[in-house]
Design a protein around this ligand. Sequence first.
Ligand code: PLP
Length: 394
Amino acid sequence: MKFNSNFSDIAQNYLFAEVADRVAAYSKAHPDKKILKLGIGDVTLPLAPEVIKELHSAVDDMSRQETFKGYGPYEGYDFLRESIKNYYKSHGADLQLDEIFVSDGAKSDLGNILDIFAKDNLVSVPDPVYPVYVDTNAMAGRKVVFSSATESNGFLPMPDYKVNADIIYICSPNNPTGAAYTKAQLKEWVDYANKKGAVILFDAAYECFITDDNLARSVFQIEGAKTCAIEFCSFSKTAGFTGTRCGYTVIPRELKKDGFSANAMWYRRQATKFNGVPYIVQKGAAAVFTKKGQEEIRANLAVYQQNAKIISDCMDRLNIWYTGGKNSPYVWLKCPDGLKSWEFFDLLLNGVQVVGTPGAGFGNNGEGFFRLTSFGSREVTEEAASRLERFLSK
Ligand code: PLP
C-alpha cells in the first residue's frame, strides 16, 4: 500500500490557525482588551424567516407517509432547479434544467469537478486567491501556473496568449481581493478559453454582492461561455447557508470535446459518488427565490454591504489603496509604509486590537496586502473602523 504522495506537496494550511494562535496569545497577555475581529469569512446573521418556515414544513413532510422522501435525484429536485433557472433568466442567462446540478456547496463541487479532467491538463490559477483551487489540483498531482493579480492590474489578471492553459480558474468577485471582472473583461477570458480549447471554472460564490450592472454575476451572461465554462455557486454567502450547506453547479450541454460531454460526465460522476442534497435543505434553499425570501436575504446582504462601505470609506479617508468594498464583502488593502502582511497584522493587533487576515496567506502576490471582511456585526465594524482611523492617521 502507498498513500498519495502528492499530499506532501500541499502547503500546510496554517493561515487561520496562525491568526487564531496570535490572537489567543495576545488575549491571554491582555485579558482586559476587547479584540475586534474583521478577519472572519463566515456569515453571522441567521437564516431568513422564509427559509426557516420552509425548513420546518419540509421536516413535517418527512413525518407523513404521503409526503415522506427517500433518496432524491442526484442532480437535485426540479422545484429548486426551476428556481435557479429563473434566477439566471432574471440576469439574462438562459439555462436548460438539466444543466443545473444541486450540491452541498461550492467547495465540494470545485474539488470534485477535477474527476472529469485528465491529469495532464495545465491549470491556471490567479495569485492571490481562495486556496482550494491550488490544493485540490496539487492533491491530484496536476501542474499549476499562476496568473498574476497585482496592484497594477487592480488584482484582475487578464489572459496571456503565451500561456496554453487548459483549466482556468476565475473567482469573481474575488476572495480575498474583492475585485470583480466587468462583463467586457470576462468576455476576453471567454474568447481566450474558446480559442485555446480550454475550460473556465468560474466561482460565483459572491455574485449576490454585485450591484454594478457592468460587472458579471455569471459567466453565462457572456456570449460564447457555453462552449467553455462551468459555473459554481452557493447559498452560503447569498443566504447564510454556510452551516446549512447547499450550492449548485452549472454545466452547459455545449461544453464538449473529443466526443466527451462535460455535462454527461458530471452526471455520471455524481450518480456514482453522490446521493444528493437533503430534501429538507433543498426546500429551504428554494425559499430563497420566493419574493419574500428575496426581500429577506437582500435585507441581510444590505447589512454586510453597509459594513463593507464603512470599512472602505475609512480606507478612503486614510488614503489607503484597496480593492473590493463595493460589489464584495471583502476589502483588500495595501499595508501602509511598505509593511509586510504579518507585520501589519501584529501592528493592528497590538495597537488597536483589530484582527484581519494577512494577504500573504492567499498567495505570493498577497504579500504586503491585508483582507478585512464585512461579515461582523455593525457595532464591531463601526468600532473597528474608528479605531483604525485614529491609529493609522497618526
Ligand atoms: N468559493 C469561494 C471563493 C469561497 O470564498 C468560499 C467560501 O468561503 C467557497 C467557494 C465555499 O462555498 P461553500 O460554502 O458553498 O462550500
